[in-house]
Design a protein around this ligand. Structure first.
Ligand code: 2P0
Length: 326
């Protein structure tokens, strides 16, 4: 009763920020992301009748508290499907630095769900197939993880009109478009406000939150259209608007949720300067200070060179595969 799975991180072009007022961690905004090659979490799950409790190690170090509780909630869902109560050993490792500015919860929970289902030898209830069911399970743990279940360009809706329990869907496979994401990590320090509590605070206190939620579907539709049409300028403009509107909503919270650092603004200015020079480059920013730049693969070296002087670390990522049993 042991299996290993690999999943990759993803970067949202149309952002998820905020949850609907229904159970099960359902997004208030539709999102669309690129699953990124190379940025992998590898997770092994072993169910063992001899264990007294679940044990979770990340990069070799034992993890306790709320992170372990989140892992146990996923394992409980799998145990309920499998009809046994065995505890599990979960060994997880990222091959990219946790402080790289890339989400490790997306790849982490996608790999965990895939490995746990395979180890327990259960297929979750159908409804779009086993991978869709696995994506729903990953969403309940961390919504961005639902998207990492699939490769390429992936959307996650708000579940309205589909039973309030959305799975991510593939918009286009990774082969659809050779596009690059240049990651500029401005610091190696961990962020101070996590996404789950940050979006809750924003919903509770930001007067801009209703406007963000109302506007998001339009930007999502434009991002989706631009991906399907391989229209980089339209995609870049809509993705940059999605990120900046999300941050405007965060900054309007009380007290303000301010993820930007001085280097964040410097990188935004560099991206604008690149555009003024005729380079197709657009920025997106998640719940942290790092800037990720969407550009054509051929322009990635020039973009990376422009970001490098202001960053603790840079890397170039391209579209990759979904979660898979290793
Ligand atoms: C995204 N983020 O769409 C957005 C943009 C951060 C900013 O998905 O509470 O860690 O576990 O569902 O998935 C981060 O949110 O939050 C995220 P939970 P999650 O990529």
């Amino acid at each position: 009763m042991k299996a290993t799975a690999v999943a990759r991180s993803n970067i949202a072009l149309a952002k998820y920020w905020g949850k609907r007022a229904v159970p099960g961690n359902v997004p208030a905004t539709p999102s669309l992301s690129i699953t990124l090659a190379g940025l992998e979490t590898r997770t092994t799950v072993s169910f063992d009748a001899a264990l007294e409790r679940d044990a979770f190690t990340l990069g070799g170090a034992l993890v306790d508290g709320e992170p372990l509780a989140r892992v146990t909630r996923v394992l409980d869902e799998v145990r309920a499907l499998a009809g046994f109560a065995h505890r599990a050993r979960v060994e997880s490792a990222n091959d990219f630095p946790t402080a790289s500015g890339l989400a490790s919860s997306a790849s982490g929970f996608a790999a965990l769900v895939r490995a746990a289902l395979a180890a327990a030898k259960v297929e979750p209830a159908p409804g779009g197939g086993a991978l869709a069911a696995a994506s729903r399970m990953a969403r309940r743990a961390s919504a961005s993880a639902a998207r990492s279940m699939f490769g390429g360009f992936v959307a996650l809706g708000t579940g309205e009109g589909e039973g309030d329990d959305p799975a991510a869907v593939v918009v286009a496979p990774k082969e659809h478009w050779e596009i690059a994401v240049v990651v500029g990590a401005v610091t190696l320090a961990p962020k101070n406000v996590g996404s789950t509590s940050g979006m809750q605070h924003c919903r509770d206190t930001s007067p801009y939150f209703p406007a963000w939620v109302e506007d998001a579907p339009k930007l999502f539709a434009e991002v989706r259209r631009a991906v399907l049409a391989r229209d980089l300028a339209a995609l870049g403009a809509a993705a940059e608007a999605s990120a900046l509107r999300m941050h405007a909503c965060m900054m309007a919270s009380d007290p303000a949720l301010l993820y930007f650092q001085p280097a964040t603004m410097t990188l935004l200015a560099e991206v604008r300067a690149l555009r003024a020079q005729g380079v197709g480059a657009w920025a997106t920013i998640d719940a942290g200070p790092h800037v990720k730049v969407i550009t054509a693969l051929a322009d990635a070296p020039r973009v990376e060179a422009a970001l490098q002087p202001h960053c603790a670390r840079t890397l170039v990522a391209v579209p990759g595969d979904g979660a898979e049993v290793a």
